[in-house]
Design a protein around this ligand. Structure first.
Ligand code: SAM
Length: 256
């Protein structure tokens, strides 16, 4: 058994995370640079240190989950969401069930609430936001961001929903109240059903084809008929019909 395979088995035992479902070359490169920086010579020594050292385990989790995010990421897609997709969904249902899957530090679910507030009062907005990584969920709940994260936020929205605190911007409580954060592993945990909208962006790129196939199939089951999956701007689905999806717009898929 190679030392990377032993490492994968150990991490799965300890955390439930299956690294075999992430693209190997990319993951190995990121983790090798971390263990070398920490002075280890191979994956097996790194694993025994991780089993004993909680801080090192957190650093490992931070390295394996790439957490970069921003508000209104790929702004043009958010205009389509606001002007086409939400009006379409609201035709059949005024209480939308929405999931931001792999939400990282919260920019994505908070953007969803801000965009949807053009159509509904905040009191009627409820968004489930999940991620594998508890550290990012803590940051998401805090809701404090550097200015560069807000680059794509329309100015009136920035003025309405953020308070400036020195060089940071804090999301107002009225927006925070619309989002419920929970830990969830897309590769292992059960999926809720009957969603009108699932947003899952910039995480599928890290997974193997086998893992992606499973996740798309799960998303399809989780959406109601006519519900929408919104994916990242490098993440077109190669064969949407396989999952009962039709293209609604670029990077938006409608469940049949
Ligand atoms: C690059 S961020 C994407 C954030 C946001 N969706 C966006 O597009 O800006 C990727 C996120 O995926 C999360 N992630 C990685 N593997 C996951 C898994 N198996 N289940 C749930 N989340 C996962 C990471 O913790 C990280 O926060």
């Amino acid at each position: 058994m190679s030392d990377y395979v032993q490492f994968i088995n150990g991490i799965k035992r300890k955390t439930g995370i299956d690294l075999a479902l992430y693209k190997e070359a990319q993951m190995k490169r990121r983790l090798t640079s971390l263990y070398e920086k920490k002075g280890f010579g191979n994956f097996v020594d790194f694993l025994s240190a991780l089993e004993k050292d909680r801080d090192l385990m957190n650093e490992f989790l931070d390295r394996m989950t790439i957490n970069v995010s921003e508000f209104y990421r790929n702004g043009k897609r958010w205009e389509v969401l606001q002007n086409k997709i939400f009006p379409l969904l609201l035709q059949s249902n005024k209480r939308l069930k929405i999931w931001s899957a792999a939400c990282s530090t919260g920019e994505e679910p908070y953007s969803l609430a801000m965009v949807l507030s053009h159509h509904l009062p905040l009191s009627q907005i409820n968004i489930l936001a999940t991620d594998l990584d508890e550290n990012v969920l803590q940051k998401a709940k805090l809701g404090l961001y550097p200015e560069r994260s807000l680059a794509e936020v329309p100015k009136p929205i920035q003025a309405k929903y953020f308070n400036q605190e020195e060089q940071f911007y804090k999301v107002k409580d009225e927006i925070k109240r619309t989002v419920t954060f929970k830990k969830h592993n897309l590769l292992k945990d059960n999926y809720e059903s009957n969603f009108d909208l699932i947003v899952c962006r910039n995480v599928m790129i890290y997974f193997t084809e086998e893992a992606k196939d499973q996740i798309y199939a799960n998303f399809s089951k989780s959406l109601r008929s006519g519900g929408i999956l919104f994916v990242g701007s490098t993440e077109q689905i190669f064969n949407p019909a396989r999952y009962d999806f039709e293209v609604e717009d670029t990077f938006f898929y409608r469940k049949k």
